[in-house]
Ligand binder design. Structure first.
Ligand code: AMP
Length: 117
């Protein structure tokens, strides 16, 4: 999956150039523990192929995006989050996006308020 130049931090993690705490990996995506957790369980589900953000996804990304959601649900089960969990995708600066490589936050393990901040 290597891209020779200008790799995103998540590509570097996928290529094991930067360490991370992996909880899941398959051909299309991987999941790591967020380095700055906002809940007792805070994972990121990340596609290996770079889609910068949801708002720039295309019809060719449909299967990949579906795979991310199905995988997030499977990981939530494995992480024993049956009491509840939340998926978040921050799209753009105003929404708090800090890494331009699409990722799904999987949060759980505490009461999650609504509306989110
Ligand atoms: P966002 O702000 O939605 O783009 O989410 C990016 C997330 O990546 C943040 O929650 C960061 O804490 C997390 N993050 C950044 N660098 C790393 C890293 N090296 N390992 C794990 N998580 C990271």
């Amino acid at each position: 999956m290597s891209t020779p130049i200008n790799k995103t931090i998540f590509q570097k993690i996928a290529d094991r150039e930067i360490p991370a705490n992996f909880v899941y990996e398959d051909d299309l995506c991987f999941s790591i523990r967020d380095i700055n957790p906002q809940a007792p369980t805070h994972l990121l589900v990340i596609p290996k192929r770079v889609v910068p953000r949801l708002g720039e996804s295309t019809p060719e990304d449909e299967a990949l995006l579906g795979h991310l959601l199905v995988t997030a649900g499977k990981i939530a089960q494995e992480q024993k989050l049956s009491a509840g969990f939340r998926l978040v995708i921050n799209n753009g600066k105003q929404a708090g996006e800090s890494v331009p490589h699409l990722h799904v936050h999987l949060l759980g393990g505490r009461d999650l308020t609504w509306p989110p901040g």
